[in-house]
Design a protein around this ligand. Structure first.
Ligand code: THU
Length: 133
């Protein structure tokens, strides 16, 4: 299934909106029921508003009714020489929206790696940290 996810993430990458960085990224979320949700990076002239591919894919899964417990894994791909790993903002979103043991597959077409959510962001800020006095 990992190879199928990587293939779908590359297909999604072709839809990347990256006129500023020209750096295309694709992602594919696989759910336990077999459904898949795709994402690309979507940039903005106000650079900080850019949404990364993996966040787009997760938000798409959620927008289509999927919950944390429904998501099996996620693949993130790029054309980079180096294997890229998700940015800090995406790691924080993983920690909110995915189970700590969910696997993230990474590929650049030459190299592959995989990590669990809990290993990409140990000690995340979470709902448990929000206390009102
Ligand atoms: N980007 C992603 O979509 N995912 C990552 O894991 C790393 C970075 C995007 C954001 C921006 O559009 C471009 O790559 C360059 O930073």
């Amino acid at each position: 299934m990992k190879e199928e996810m990587i293939k779908c993430a590359y297909a999604a990458m072709k839809n990347a909106y990256a006129p500023y960085s020209k750096f295309r990224v694709g992602a594919c979320v696989l759910c336990y029921d077999g459904s898949m949700f795709y994402g690309t990076n979507v940039e903005n002239a106000s650079y900080g508003l850019t949404n990364c591919a993996e966040r787009t894919a997760i938000f798409s899964a959620i927008a289509n009714g999927k919950k944390k417990a429904d998501i099996h894994s996620i693949a993130v791909v790029s054309e980079s020489e180096h294997l890229i790993t998700p940015c800090g903002a995406c790691r924080q979103v993983f920690s909110e929206c995915l189970d700590p043991n969910t696997v993230i597959y990474l590929s650049n077409g030459k190299k592959e790696a995989q990590f669990k959510v809990k290993d990409l962001l140990p000690y995340p800020f979470s709902s448990e940290d929000i206390q009102h006095v």
